[in-house]
Design a protein around this ligand. Structure first.
Ligand code: NAD
Length: 256
């Protein structure tokens, strides 16, 4: 590992965003592309990845679709190799892929079973470990890199009925803290965005979400753009002296 000042950002900068076929990953893809970054759009669902990559291209950006299940190590290796061959070395990784905290995971911990835990642990721990492990070599060669993991405020402060989801998300934030200390000398920053409830414009106006928004000091839920703009700053040169941090984007729901 070099112990010397990082290089300037590579040109073009290439970002791999996992789970970017829809939701805040797709909005982040559009935002980073507008910043001049070439985007590799991963998603488990190929049609989503293709549609999102096409949207970036339609908006004037550069993007490729790299569908696949990031919980599978061979798939992650294939994706990272594909991106390097088509766009160039990966300088930015956004660990965004997720499964909703609801469903079977939204239950008192005592009522869950190991079978219920597996999907969360495989995606939020192994998926993040594998993608991060696979890009470090390329970033180290560039002597410039940005790794951002998207987690939930439930992991930071705890949330009833979300224990397994929260615990699995906490692993990503912990990994970023440790890697910030290992990789800083190579010019690689590692941070976590810890989110409150983020919804699309269509969903924000439903009765359920309007009621939920009353629990937030700002009296509204977060938007995809609130997250994408934070990613944009973290990957910029202006964000380059922030590393090892867990940054809440949560409308003031919790304050420490
Ligand atoms: N939306 C929120 O309120 C909120 C709150 C806290 C944290 N988060 C986190 O933000 C991230 C994005 O959330 P979102 O609301 O946009 O979710 P979303 O469900 O709209 O999008 C997530 C995408 O990840 C993909 N994905 C799932 N498993 C995958 C796998 N194994 N390999 C590749 N792709 C996979 C899905 O196909 C989906 O397109 C997630 O990590 C989520 O946990 C969201």
């Amino acid at each position: 590992m070099p112990d010397e000042p990082p290089f300037p950002p590579p040109t073009p900068r290439v970002a791999l965003i996992t789970g970017a076929g829809r939701g805040l990953g797709a909005t982040t893809a559009l935002r980073l592309a507008a910043d001049g970054i070439a985007i590799a759009v991963n998603d488990l669902v190929p049609a989503r990845a293709e549609e999102s990559a096409a949207a970036v291209v339609a908006a004037g950006g550069r993007a490729v679709s790299v569908p696949g299940d990031i919980t599978d190590p061979a798939t992650v290796t294939r994706i990272v190799d594909d991106v390097r061959d088509t766009l160039g070395p990966i300088a930015i990784l956004v660990n965004n892929a997720g499964i909703p905290a609801g469903g079977v995971a939204l239950a008192p911990f005592a009522e869950t079973s190991p079978d219920d835990w597996d999907a969360m642990i495989r995606l939020n721990i192994y998926g993040v470990l594998q993608c991060t492990h696979a890009v470090i070599g390329q970033m180290t060669e560039l002597r410039w890199g940005r790794i951002i993991t998207i987690t939930s405020d439930s992991a930071r402060t705890g949330e009833a009925r979300m224990a397994v989801y929260a615990a699995s998300k906490a692993a990503g934030a912990s990994l970023m803290r440790s890697l910030s200390k290992e990789l800083g000398r190579a010019g690689i920053t590692c941070n976590t965005l810890s989110l409150g409830t983020i919804v699309s414009a269509e969903v924000a106006g439903t009765d359920r979400m309007l009621a939920h928004a009353k629990r937030y000091p700002l009296r509204r839920l977060g938007t995809y753009d609130n997250v994408a703009s934070a990613v944009s700053w973290l990957v910029s040169e202006d964000g380059g002296w922030t590393t090892g941090q867990t940054i809440p984007i949560n409308g003031g729901y919790t304050t420490s």
